[in-house]
Design a protein around this ligand. Structure first.
Ligand code: WT7
Length: 645
């Protein structure tokens, strides 16, 4: 195991919640314990109460219908996500409250009140309908982090179209695969996006993706960057032109609680990304509840979740969770080091951000850039800081608390996944002491256990596999178009429980530490990448005969991609070109950090690649473990003297 995990295992610090914070916190330890116990003992009462805080056009008949592994929550209830996120607040007289404070990478600032955002969403819903989009249709969204991405999601939700957001950093072929898999009829994109000052040609990418995505009939194009693009008559429509013609009145459509809200693709241990399907009612109730509880939301908070809306964190804690709670969100379009590593602190100081939610990889980059950068800014508006996406090493945690949180803000480490939809494990701020590097206790209704492969629970302090023993409202409902994969991956590995794919341990206080993936999934800068996905990209290059990809611990990214490739006979491998090739096939985030050009891979006699040894080679470690099952143990010796490129 890496040094970082080792450090977590030996971490024994426990930091009491600050008294001031605790005094006005939503939950005390006793309240949490009582509610948590109720959520397990009497889930019907617990979840009915949580759901009753939202608007339903028709109330449900039954809280949960569980036919393992399929759940239906709030059965026969009818509701609308956008109505609950917008209309509900405007009707209650909160229309003048700010919903979004957006800052572009170039410094432009735009704000939307709830009333303004509602108007834009109503307009956009009318635009979608005028383009023929109906409830149940899929709409792919390939946009930079601009207000239109939020408007697009809510407009889809308003009419019952299922959105599928593809991160704007993904390549043409990744985009085409996702449009095709979802059978989307409409794509919402922009002329171009900004990243570190440079333009990303989104529309040109979309045009190329459309060539291999026949389901696609229309494109709605936001003019973001003034880039020259080709508009195909009859297929492409400018967002601003369509919006200018659209009416600002639109009735939210009552939708069944199980109506598909969104599909979001994520990597698994096979080559093809999975479309994780989330539905309306349960996801909405979980997001409303967890955002309020975990972030201890107050009416005057400015919540900044730094994730792009291309990832689940952005869906849940930039868009849906905060807006359901009537909160104000900060959104920043660009990179954390644009123009320099002070950008986040400058944003916090100028806009008075009170809650910051970011990823360990970002925290480690800030740490590396030096304390003197954040120290130049006034960060006293912050009152709570959070972390998500990968294990956070105690050193980074302590730095975050001290330098960013001024030793005053509680730090919450939150464990969850694209599949879980909402936060599953954390230490409620103000209620419990936190332990650096440890997510903590289960959220309401979450029933975790640490088990062996056979499903036997392990004792306190022992490592095992993290499972969830009962369904929860925001759980994924299936893998889009592949229910069999859903059953096998999540409910088939360990009998009758949800298998998360992570290794974890629980201490004697019940705090759970999640240590990382136990499958062939890498976590690079908080983003999930399947090793097989990268391997398929590598072997699709004519010079590569065979490839194996492993992760290597990295001080900033958590983990980085290392590839071992065998050249095709008669070809030479150019590492720089191969990196480019992977970026083109998947996206820049999958680009290998190191490439070993090898003459053989360590395989068992039955032909299975022993990745364990490759991980050791990649990390420059001694080879340990039984090498006797290898067909040719000398392969390892040769690999150890092969330079990484
Ligand atoms: C995987 C899920 C959840 C939003 C962002 C990532 C890892 C996530 C933590 C944490 C340790 C974590 C797990 C998980 N992970 N949060 N607090 N501590 N590991 O969503 O892309 O679906 O990735 O991220 O390995 O399985 P995702």
């Amino acid at each position: 195991m890496s040094d970082k995990i080792d450090a977590v295992l030996h971490e024994e610090r426990s930091i009491a919640p600050p008294t001031d914070f605790a005094r006005s916190a939503r939950y005390s330890a006793e309240q949490y314990r009582e509610l948590y116990a109720q959520s397990l003992a009497d889930p019907d009462t617990f979840w009915s109460k949580a759901a009753d805080e939202l608007h339903w056009f028709r109330r449900w008949d039954q809280v949960l219908d569980w036919q393992e592994p399929h759940a239906r929550w709030f059965v026969n209830g009818q509701t609308n996500m956008a109505y609950n996120a917008l209309d509900r607040h405007v009707q209650a007289g909160r229309g003048d409250k700010r919903a979004i404070v957006w800052e572009g990478e170039d410094g432009e600032v735009r704000t939307y009140t709830y009333a303004e955002l509602l108007r834009e969403v109503q307009r956009a819903a009318n635009v979608l309908e005028s383009l023929g989009v109906k409830a149940g249709d899929r709409v792919t969204v390939y946009l930079p982090l601009i207000p239109e991405v939020v408007i697009s999601l809510l407009a889809c939700a308003r009419i019952g179209a299922t959105h599928s957001v593809v991160f704007a950093g993904f390549s043409v072929s990744a985009l085409a695969d996702r449009i095709e898999n979802a059978q989307s009829r409409l794509l919402i994109t922009a002329d171009a996006g900004y990243r570190r000052g440079a333009q990303v040609p989104l529309k040109a990418n979309a045009d190329r993706a459309a060539e291999s995505a026949p389901s696609l009939q229309q494109m709605l194009v936001v003019a973001r960057a003034g880039a020259a693009v080709e508009m195909e008559p009859g297929r492409d429509v400018w967002w601003h032109e369509a919006m200018a013609q659209a009416g600002t009145e639109h009735q939210a459509v009552p939708l069944d609680s199980e109506h598909p809200l969104f599909v979001l693709y994520t990597s698994g241990s096979t080559g093809k990304p999975k479309g994780i399907l989330h539905t309306t009612g349960g996801y909405m109730v979980s997001l409303h509840l967890t955002t309020g509880a975990v972030f201890d939301l107050k009416d005057d908070d400015l919540l900044w979740c730094t994730a792009d809306v291309g990832w689940v964190t952005g869906h849940s804690y930039t868009v849906y969770g905060p807006l359901l709670n009537g909160a104000t969100v900060m959104i920043y379009e660009g990179a954390p080091n644009q123009p320099d590593w002070g950008r986040y602190w400058d944003i916090i100081q100028r806009h008075k951000v009170s809650i910051l939610y970011t990823a360990p990889t970002a925290i480690r980059s800030f740490m590396r850039a030096g304390d003197e950068i954040p120290e130049r800014f006034d960060l006293s508006s912050l009152r709570l800081i959070g972390s998500v996406g990968e294990p956070i090493n105690p050193e980074a945690w302590m730095w975050y608390r001290r330098v960013i949180g001024g030793d005053r803000c509680p730090v919450i480490d939150t464990w969850w996944q694209t599949e879980t939809g909402s936060i599953m494990l954390t230490t409620l701020p103000g209620a419990f002491p936190s332990k650096p590097g440890t997510a903590g206790l289960p959220m309401f209704g979450v029933d975790p256990a640490i088990v062996t492969r056979d499903g036997e629970e392990v004792g306190p302090g022992e490592g095992g596999l993290l499972v969830l023993r009962r369904p929860w409202p925001s759980m994924l409902r299936t893998v889009y178009g592949d229910d069999d994969r859903y059953r096998k991956t999540y409910w088939g590995e360990i009998p009758h429980v949800y298998f998360a794919g992570d290794g974890a341990r629980r201490d004697s206080d019940g705090y759970i530490t999640v240590m990382g993936r136990v499958d062939d999934v890498l976590n690079v800068s908080g983003h999930r990448l399947g090793t097989m996905e990268i391997e398929s990209a590598l072997v699709s290059h004519p010079a590569v005969a065979e490839a194996a990809v492993v992760g290597r611990p990295d001080d900033v990214k958590g983990e980085c991609v290392v590839a071992f490739v065998l050249p095709q006979v008669g070809h030479t491998v150019d590492p720089a070109e191969l990196r480019q090739h992977v970026a083109r096939e998947i996206g820049a985030l999958a680009r290998p950090d190191a490439i070993y050009v090898a003459d053989a891979l360590p395989k068992t006699r039955s032909g299975k690649i022993m990745r364990r040894f490759l991980r050791q080679v990649a990390a420059g470690q001694q080879i340990t473990g039984d090498t006797s099952t290898l067909e040719d143990p000398s392969v390892l010796e040769r690999l150890q003297t092969t330079p990484a490129q």
